[in-house]
Every structure is written in C-alpha cells, then in structure tokens.
Design a protein around this ligand. Structure first.
Ligand SMILES: O=C(O)CCC(=O)C(=O)O
Ligand SMILES: [Fe+2]
Length: 223
C-alpha cells in the first residue's frame, strides 16, 4: 500500500515554533487534492455571490464538496506527523470551528493578509498547518508575488509557499502575514488547525464565533 504521506527522513526542528516539509503528499494523495481544489475554483468562478464575498471555503462545505481533503485532515498519518513535529499529542479541532480545515483563495490583485496571530480558543496549544495547493504567477512560470512572512527570533523571515509544502507553526505565538498577489496570479492555500486539548470553555466558545466572523469577513476588507 502506498503511504498517505511522504515522511521526511529527519523531522524538522520546531525550536522556533515553525517548521516545514517539502513534497508532503505522494502523487496518489496530491492528485485528488488538486482536483478537489480545481473544482472549488470553478464553483467560485461560476457562483458569483460566493465569489464576491468569498476568499475562503469553510469546513462544512469541504466535508460535502471535498471529502478527500477532510479525510486527509482527519487522517491518523497527518495527526501523527504534526504530533511528532510539535512534540505534543495533537488532534484535529472540531467541525464547527470554521478554521479547522479551510481553503483560502488569493485571486484578485492585492489579496493578502496583514500581520496577525491565529487566535487559540482551546485549552491546549494550537497549531496552524498550511499546504499550498496552487501558487503561480500570471505566466504560469513560477510562484505568485505573495510571500508568507513569520516573525522568528525578532526577524521577519520569508518562507516560500510552493505547492505541496507542509508548513506547521504555532500561529497563536508566531506573528505572520501574507503579502499581496499581483494581477493574473493565483494562490490557493489549504489551512488546518490541530490542538493539544480541543476543549473550550463557554466564554471561549463565544469568542470563537466572533473570530470566525472576523477571519471570514476579512476578504470583504481586501476587495
Ligand atoms: O495563506 C497563508 O499562507 C497564511 C494563511 C494564514 O495566515 C492562516 O491560515 O492562518
Ligand atoms: Fe494565520
């Protein structure tokens, strides 16, 4: 049986609460993810109201429209790898949390996300996992102009986000941003969260809903 993930020979260090692994998905897993994202891009394009407000496709929608993506998010293989990288036993966060597993679309010139932390509304430490699926310039020759920056050890560190690179960081502790894409470019990022203890208290639950609104409303501010 082909493995679900291309496991690295050596685990990357997580000393700075930030790590990445290239070519994480083998072809057999990568193809269904690509196809699911291409189908979502088509849906976005043809369904204008979503397109206008859009920017993100949330977990409930993915569960219905892209089950391959949700299955990988919830796979034991990915859970185990994130646990090994972070050094904590983590689990996927709940379905009702819109940030648990979502697809972020950067498709209009200027689409970006400013400096931010990813809020943690759970009891345990919380990690953001990104897998860029599409990242191309207008000529389809290289990556888009969008760059992920993380504040690591007081420095702004640029991290390339080529397709199929697994990026793991403690988003509640590591400030990060994405610079704007340019005309004709496209960047689509699969964003997930895992947590060491996914329980949340009542007031944290309320705060979480506020966060969902804020995060998923961001696109409205970009356009
Ligand atoms: O698009 C990216 O590379 C980063 C997205 C992000 O900040 C997040 O998912 O928390
Ligand atoms: Fe973030």
């Amino acid at each position: 049986m082909t493995p679900i993930l291309n496991l690295p020979d050596r685990l990357p260090s997580f000393d700075q609460r930030f790590a990445f692994v290239d070519a994480i998905l083998p072809e057999s897993q990568w193809q269904p993810v690509r196809n699911a994202v291409d189908a979502l891009v088509e849906t976005e394009r043809s369904y204008l109201p979503t397109h206008k407000k859009g920017g993100t496709v949330a977990y409930e929608t993915l569960a219905e429209k892209a089950p391959a993506i949700v299955a990988l998010y919830r796979s034991e293989a990915l859970r185990e790898l994130i646990s090994q990288i972070t050094g904590l036993s983590v689990v996927p966060t709940p379905l009702h949390d819109q940030s648990s597993c979502s697809i972020l679309f950067y498709e209009k010139p200027g689409d970006h996300i400013g400096w931010h932390y990813d809020h943690n509304f759970y009891k345990g430490r919380h990690f953001t996992v990104l897998i860029p699926v599409i990242n191309r310039d207008s000529q389809h020759r290289g990556l888009s102009a969008a760059r992920l920056y993380a504040k690591l050890g007081g420095e702004d560190v640029e991290v390339a986000t080529p397709p199929n690179r697994l990026i793991v960081f403690e988003g509640a502790r590591v400030r990060h941003k994405v610079t704007p894409i340019a005309e004709g470019e496209r960047r689509v990022v699969w964003s997930m969260t895992y947590c060491a203890d996914p329980r949340n208290s009542a007031w944290q639950g309320v705060a979480r809903r506020v966060k969902d609104t804020a995060f998923f409303g961001i696109r409205a501010l970009w356009t």
